[in-house]
Design a binder for this molecule. Structure first.
Ligand code: PBG
Length: 326
């Protein structure tokens, strides 16, 4: 051997596209994706969302059309978020469990048109609450136990409309057990719970909150969403949610929390989801629009990293463009 010859040559496995494909450890697939969509009342509505280029609020009829395209691309599921008219918001989120509410109507239409597409609904008060919080607010405090029956009623109403999975995103204590119990008593023992088990009090949710006009009117969400500084606490939240009956657990946001996704995936035996949230999506497009990065390539790299860290399921606003490019 010559003095400077390397002992190993990892580059051999990278020589051709065929070899690289053969040794590739992680692959994105359209079926990994959940496409989050915003729903607005009306007919034929397509309202662009400024801070989320390529995303729109759709009325239920347009939603069916757009969801069909997603299903045709092989995307497994949609997650629905209603943009509720300000006149319907109140402090107890009454609109959230009205059988004929916007979300319930959208779910019914989707399940009728596309029965195979998995429909996931968010369980949290914020889009319906005049306070913009995920629980009841009294004297500046979020009331945990008093909020649970509202979340349970919301989940049952979503299941009545046909949701396949209900997804509590509120981060109150004990809500998974309460929702499971309510679903079972309402005859919905087949409806699953995808819990936002580890949801951080993140600044990455900004574009989402402006899309739904759901930002807290006062204060912030730090008494219920997790402190971004904490890692060990994530497993505590996950363990509790699984004990309470969660069928799938989620970590959110995704890219700044890959260590958490890794921890959770290593520990649990239920599927792990991760949410590539609005701010993560917006950053890629903002830099892409300035020509500073190749947005499509960066988006794919982000999602691949989330899967490599251990996520089985990825919520992403880029689901359709990435699925089409795979
Ligand atoms: C509502 C909810 C939020 C998101 C999903 N469900 C916002 C929040 O907690 O304030 C954020 C999603 C995103 O930013 O893409 N509880």
């Amino acid at each position: 051997m010559e003095p400077n010859e390397p002992l190993e040559r990892p580059r051999r496995n990278r020589r051709t596209a065929g070899l690289r494909r053969l040794v590739r450890e992680t692959r994105l697939h359209p079926s990994d994706f959940v496409w989050p969509v915003f729903v607005v009342d009306g007919e034929g509505e397509r309202q662009p969302i400024e801070a989320m280029p390529g995303c729109e609020r759709h009325s239920p009829d347009v939603l069916v059309e757009e969801a069909r395209k997603a299903a045709d691309l092989g995307i497994s599921a949609v997650a629905l978020f209603p943009a509720v008219d300000a006149s319907l918001k109140d402090s107890v989120a009454s609109e959230s469990h009205r059988p004929d509410g916007l979300l319930q109507r959208a779910v019914r239409r989707l399940k009728l048109a596309l029965p195979e597409l998995v429909v996931i609904t968010d369980v949290a008060m914020d889009p319906y609450s005049s306070d913009g919080h995920d629980g009841l607010l009294r004297d500046g405090q979020i009331l945990n136990d008093e909020s649970l029956p509202i979340l349970a009623a919301m989940a049952v109403s979503q299941a009545d409309a046909g949701a396949d999975l209900v997804a509590p995103s509120d981060m109150l204590d004990g809500r998974v057990a309460c929702i499971r119990d309510a679903l079972d008593h309402a005859g919905h023992s087949d409806v699953g719970i995808l819990s936002y088990a580890v949801k951080y009090a993140s600044a990455f949710y900004g574009p989402f909150r402006s899309a739904l006009d759901s930002a807290p009117r006062e204060g912030d969400k730090r008494t219920y969403q997790m402190d971004p500084a904490n890692r060990r606490e994530a497993m505590r939240e996950v363990t509790l949610d699984i004990q309470e009956g969660a069928d799938i657990v989620m970590v959110k946001p995704a890219l700044a929390y890959l260590d958490i996704i890794d921890d959770v995936a290593a520990e649990v035996d239920v599927p792990v989801a991760a949410y590539h949230v609005s701010g993560e999506y917006a950053m890629v497009h903002a830099a892409g629009q300035r020509g500073w990065i190749d947005a499509d390539a960066v988006m794919q790299e982000c999602l691949l990293s989330i899967k490599r860290a251990g996520a089985d399921i990825i919520f992403t606003y880029a689901a359709r463009e990435v699925a089409a490019a795979l």
